[in-house]
Design a protein around this ligand. Structure first.
Ligand code: GDP
Ligand code: IMO
Ligand code: MG
Length: 427
């Protein structure tokens, strides 16, 4: 019997999804990204080396695992080929990576439009990664996107010509110089042939794999609070990182999903603009940023830091249908005297326990905290739950109590070895 496991970010991204996907991939035959693009930055550390992936799934290092960029993704083909090249230079064959013929292509005009849109918003900008994600998904939904199958198909030149005419109209409104079709086409043409060997009908391949009893691991990018439907709209990304996105982004029916593991940072971080109720703008925030090396994997921006928010995790549990959680970066909290957990919000004098839809309301939410004592002992070499200092055990237990979720994995350092399994999700 096949087993499918989904790895999802439960907060604002950068929870450690790459690390856990890579760790769990050893028990899987496939690793599949189902949404987003190179806005993601997933870090994997093993054998004293750190790898940063943006488009390629985190199972790439094992040649026995098939890695698929699913149909729900938006793919910058130049960036993809660079990432392949980089990994090859580091000694990996990368003949185990494939792109769905239904995925959409991010072109340079998407990146240009992302920048223009951010500039126009001024102080109210989203703080996007400027990778063209929003404009590429906009074209997808408006039914004027170019898919991978079109990109490598015989009509690419004609289709691109039409798109450039449309984009030049948009650019004229913005008083930006028009794109030259011939230059543009000549730049992309060599990439078509280079991409071809990677392209497959991933929907059929994955469903065949299920029929053959193969295991599939889905690797989410971003996180629940960045979901275009469930996040702190409009300060979100343009896709569905939450578990619902798996089916649309891979072509697997909902009845095939077995486990949904929520990746949870032991505190909170956010990159870019938008509401962040438990944000720490003080010395503690600064301390956590430095100890946790909280600087963006993709954009290098300093991440905003906050206390752990149980309201956010409960909301994530609800919209994702989580079956367990993996708590990450627990070691970063070592040395703090007192730890705070947000258990509810005060909104206009009333206590609420969920994330409001209205941005105005979310902005008004004041976190309600409970305090727990911290610990001083170094936990980076811990191999089991019992070896953790009692206060660290209590911190994890309290998160379980507040959410009704079991900790299936916890992590005490960036390295693959610093991962402790409490329940095998592939069993
Ligand atoms: P992702 O986008 O969810 O894959 O997460 P990122 O890779 O963007 O950010 C997570 C960061 O935390 C990376 O630098 C990881 O190497 C690091 N990391 C993951 N787990 C741990 C952990 O348990 N402890 C520490 N100290 N760092 C960790
Ligand atoms: P991983 O997979 C953290 C944020 C951006 C911005 C918003 C919209 O590494 O967790 P976009 O470029 O997607 O239009 O930006 O989403 N964002 C992320 N934040 N981790 C990510 O990915 C992110 N991908 C996008 O900072 O606030
Ligand atoms: Mg990241």
């Amino acid at each position: 019997m096949s087993k499918t496991v989904v790895v999802v970010g439960t907060q604002w991204g950068d929870e450690g999804k790459g690390k856990i996907t890579n760790f769990l991939s050893e028990k899987s035959d496939f690793v599949v990204r189902y949404q987003g693009g190179d806005n993601a930055g997933h870090t994997i550390c093993f054998n004293n080396t750190t790898y940063k992936l943006h488009l390629i799934p985190s199972g790439v290092f094992n040649p026995k695992i098939t890695n698929i960029l699913g149909n729900g993704m938006v793919v910058n083909v130049k960036k993809f080929l660079d990432e392949v090249e980089n990994l090859r230079k580091q000694g990996f064959a990368v003949d185990n990576v494939f792109i769905s013929d239904r995925a959409h292509v991010i072109f340079d005009y998407h990146i240009l439009l992302d920048g223009i849109s951010e500039d126009k918003l001024g102080k109210e900008n989203i703080g996007t990664t400027k990778r063209g994600i929003g404009p590429a998904y906009t074209d997808k939904i408006a039914r004027r996107g170019i898919r991978i199958s079109d990109f490598i198909g015989e009509d690419f030149k004609e289709t691109l010509k039409k798109r450039i005419i449309e984009k030049n109209k948009e650019l004229k409104i913005e008083a930006v110089a028009p794109l030259d079709f011939d230059d543009f086409y000549q730049k992309y043409l060599p990439l078509c042939d280079k991409i071809k060997p990677f392209v497959i009908d991933s929907v059929t391949v994955l469903n065949q794999a299920l029929a053959e009893g193969k295991n599939i691991l889905f690797e989410g990018a971003q996180g629940a609070l960045l979901d275009v439907d469930f996040g702190s709209y409009p300060y979100v990304t343009s896709s569905n990182p939450s578990a619902g996105g798996v089916c649309c982004g891979s072509g697997i029916g909902p009845t095939y999903i077995n486990e949904i593991v929520g990746i949870v940072k032991a505190y909170s971080t956010r990159v870019g603009s938008g509401t962040f109720p438990t944000e720490l703008l003080d010395a503690t925030g600064h301390y956590i940023r430095e100890v946790g090396r909280e600087y963006g994997t993709t954009t290098k921006r300093p991440r905003r830091i906050g206390w752990f928010d149980a309201v956010v995790l409960n909301y994530s549990k609800m919209i994702n249908g989580l079956t367990g959680i993996s708590i990450m970066l627990l070691d970063v909290l070592t040395g703090l005297k007192q730890l705070k957990i947000c258990t509810g919000y005060s909104l206009d004098g009333k206590i609420i326990k969920t994330v409001p839809a209205s941005l105005a309301d979310y902005n008004k939410c004041i976190p309600i905290y409970e305090e727990l004592p911290g610990w001083d002992d170094d936990i980076t070499a811990v191999k089991s739950f019992c070896e953790l200092p009692i206060n660290a055990q209590n911190y994890l237990r309290r998160i379980e109590e507040l959410t009704g979720l079991d900790v299936v994995i916890f992590s005490v350092g960036p390295d693959k070895n610093q991962t402790i399994v409490c329940r095998d999700v592939f069993a």
